[in-house]
Design a protein around this ligand. Structure first.
Ligand SMILES: Cc1cc2nc3c(=O)[nH]c(=O)nc-3n(C[C@H](O)[C@H](O)[C@H](O)COP(=O)(O)O)c2cc1C
Length: 210
């Protein structure tokens, strides 16, 4: 049993979403999460999808041969997809940045979402994920405002995007949202943090139905 924790906040020990993921994973029974690997999408050695990858992606469709540089980046992309496939469970923690996800998380998603390698099309032309195979994926999301529909000017592209893309890849997605995370006094912030950690702990504990 192996769990991959995908960490999208760059704030490390100052990050609320990372602290909540740690609390969630720490409370979950070892038999359910097994060995946990922490993976920051901000790490220097994360594969990036740029110019050569964009050409490599479409070369086979256009009947063109991949250059050595394109073959090289493509093998790194396929290796990253296979690394993710080897995990039994994923936890993705992320803050909202400008109504969406931090660009480093989107950049990593651009690596792992690939036709044939992580999804395919059925006979009706619909996307069918082949990476997740129904495995559980927990989203742990933070944002400073409340996206409860009361304010039409506040649009949430974070939660729907992440739920859509990981469901599309074949994962069984559950979501925990913590909002609003901005409080004006230190005492209020501490209270919010305390209550959020408690909720994350409870959710982790319940993973085993315990
Ligand atoms: C660059 C940046 C952009 C942000 N954009 C939004 C936003 O559009 N909406 C929102 O509600 N909060 C926004 N926030 C606030 C964070 O989502 C919030 O503080 C969150 O709790 C931070 O989580 P973290 O401590 O795990 O990084 C933004 C924060 C940063 C740093």
């Amino acid at each position: 049993m192996k769990t991959l924790w995908v960490e999208a906040s760059p704030k490390q020990e100052h990050s609320l979403s990372s602290a909540l993921a740690q609390e969630f994973l720490g409370a979950a029974p070892v038999a359910v999460v097994g060995e946990v690997e922490r993976f920051s999408v901000w790490a220097d050695d994360v594969v990036t999808f740029g110019r050569e990858a964009a050409f490599a992606k479409f070369a086979p469709l256009y009947g063109e041969r991949q250059t050595p540089e394109q073959k090289q980046i493509w093998s790194q992309i396929l290796a990253e997809i296979e690394r993710v496939r080897a995990f039994d469970r994923l936890v993705v923690s992320s803050p909202m940045w400008n109504w969406h996800v931090p660009h480093a998380l989107k950049a990593w998603i651009d690596v792992i979402v690939q036709p044939i390698a992580s999804f395919t099309l059925n006979e009706r032309g619909e996307h069918v994920g082949t990476l997740g195979q129904g495995k559980p994926l927990q989203l742990i999301l933070t944002r400073s405002s409340a996206y409860d529909g009361d304010r039409p000017d506040l649009q949430d592209f974070q939660r729907p995007y992440l739920e859509y893309v990981f469901t599309m890849l074949g994962y069984s997605v559950e979501t925990l949202v913590f909002e609003p995370t901005t409080r004006w006094t230190a005492e209020e912030r501490e209270q919010m943090r305390h209550a959020a950690l408690e909720e994350a702990r409870r959710a982790g504990h319940e993973l085993a139905g315990g």
